[in-house]
Design a binder for this molecule. Structure first.
Ligand SMILES: Cc1ncc(COP(=O)(O)O)c(C=O)c1O
Length: 484
């Protein structure tokens, strides 16, 4: 299959892309899934590989029976697939799987790096970070300096490289590492990673990249950008249920002690002592791994490497421009983050409709148009506060108020439309039509919803029950009702 055909076939392959749900008008129709920044849909051919592996299921770390040999081979293949996908030279880099998602990887690296280099007690973290790439560093490192972004108010975003240079000059060899996102999960703003790596390496600091929002959207080359550590989650790249992936220079890993201990990572254990193995990645993968998840992720990455991430990026840029410009042109809609012409971005667009709280926008898009978007502060509270600062002031609300009242929570946030490989121009046209329609029906929509919880909204006349949507008990019932 040519890579163009492969890409087209993959785009059409996602499980649940067309799942039907009811809408307020009493109809049912296929959803439009624009919540990929939270979690992407599952790529069917990769799911099939993981499923097929179950026929041979056995644990890894042995090759003396057939199934264990197959499992060990497939698990090793998944590691190689990860390295190839992020263009990391296997002589220089090692990949390993770490717990659930990227969060496990950040906690692991923050704990290990702060122990390995206590004399370097400063860590730099950008102000755009998801809490997962901020709080572990605050917890494990004695001093975190937050690096600001460019621009102000709703255009804030894109790392301020001049300020970063000054911070590196100021703290020099006291800096252990800089933790920065490859792309923001709020605005999609992309970080110039090769430039950041140069600044970091000039003072002997490491560059730790959160690739969660970049991995499915743009090619990554650890070799070219000289990235020391890169972390991402499989559920952000079409492999829900996979473990988090960490790719690190072997020279960095050789400096740290394993943070997790248990089976599979030691050469020998006595009552008096134990000897962690020096073999990588085994030393970093204590316990029985999530083999099925790793193989499924390996399969996604292998397929996308063959299809070409440059082609994925090319297709997405056209869609971003279309959606960004379309939303910006709607009177009464604010779109956040730097302009795509100033700072390149991935397909994540945060917006608000004037007069609508973010929760109401998300609820109405779902209930009336079957469009699924996320809302809130997206676990990036400092960045979202900055983007909303002026709007909150205009509403006479202090965006930095630590004990925000429920009303503030309702206003402090955005709706976020985020793209995946399955997103089409027709999906985005439907989003634009829906947003225009909501703007024109503002008073009617406001009168039909009531607030619930800290930032949710519920339609007063239409509310399908959660267990009508999916009920594991019901799925089991159909199995149990089969004739013996
Ligand atoms: C930029 C970014 N970093 C980190 C994470 C955390 O990923 P996980 O929940 O898989 O650990 C997310 C999840 O939304 C994210 O968007």
């Amino acid at each position: 299959m040519s890579n163009t055909d492969l890409l087209a076939s993959l785009q059409a392959s996602f499980i649940g892309r067309d799942t039907e749900y009811p809408t307020v008008d009493g109809k049912r129709g296929p959803r439009i899934y624009l919540d990929s920044a939270a979690s992407t849909l599952m790529m069917a051919p990769a799911y099939d590989v993981g499923h097929e592996f179950l026929v041979h299921y056995a644990s890894t770390h042995s090759d003396l029976h057939y199934a264990a040999r197959g499992a060990s081979h497939a698990f090793e293949w998944a590691h190689e697939s990860v390295l190839e996908f992020v263009d990391a030279d296997p002589d220089q880099y090692c990949s390993f799987f770490a717990g659930s998602g990227a969060t496990a990887g950040f906690n692991r690296m923050a704990a290990s790096l702060s122990c390995a280099r206590p004399e370097r007690d400063i860590v730099l973290v950008s102000e755009m970070e998801h809490h997962s790439n901020d709080l572990p560093h605050r917890h494990h490192c004695s001093h975190v300096v937050h690096v600001p972004c460019l621009g102000e108010f709703e255009r804030y975003g894109g790392l301020d490289m001049d300020r970063l240079r000054e911070i590196f000059d100021e703290h020099g060899e006291k800096i252990n590492y800089i933790a920065v996102t490859g792309a923001s999960n709020v605005s999609g703003a992309i970080t110039p990673l090769a430039e950041v790596a140069k600044l970091a390496h000039a003072v002997g600091a490491y560059l730790l990249v959160d690739a969660s929002q970049m991995i499915a959207h743009a090619p990554v080359s650890m070799n070219d950008a000289d990235i020391d550590v890169l972390v991402f989650s499989g559920h952000k790249i079409y492999a829900p249920g996979s473990p988090g992936a960490v790719i690190a220079k072997k020279s960095v890993l050789s400096e740290i002690k394993p943070a997790e201990l248990g089976g599979g990572m030691v050469d020998d254990v006595y009552i008096a002592e134990y000897m962690p193995t020096q073999t990588l990645p085994d030393r970093e993968e204590a316990g029985t791994p999530n083999i099925v998840g790793a193989i499924t992720l390996g399969a996604v990455l292998d397929l996308l490497t063959k299809a070409g991430m440059d082609k994925v990026r090319e297709k997405e840029i056209g869609l971003i421009d279309f959606a960004w410009n379309g939303l910006k042109q709607i009177e009464g809609v604010s779109v956040y983050g730097p302009n795509p012409e100033d700072v390149p971005r991935t397909g994540t667009i945060a917006f608000n409709i004037k007069g609508f709280d973010h929760g109401l926008t998300a609820a109405a898009l779902n209930d009336y148009y079957n469009i699924q978007v996320r809302n809130g502060c997206f676990c990036a509270h400092p960045y979202v506060r900055e983007l909303l600062k002026k709007e909150m002031w205009d509403m006479d609300i202090d965006p930095d108020a630590p004990n925000a009242e429920a009303d503030v929570e309702r206003k402090r946030g955005m709706a976020r439309a985020s793209l995946g490989l399955y997103t089409t121009r027709a999906d985005l046209e439907a989003l634009l039509v829906a947003v225009r329609d909501l703007v024109s029906r503002r008073d009617e929509i406001l009168s039909l919803y009531e607030p619930i919880g800290s930032n949710g909204y519920r339609h007063t006349k239409f509310e399908p029950a959660a267990n009508d949507i999916f009920d594991p008990e019901r799925s089991l019932q159909s199995y149990l009702a089969q004739p013996a």
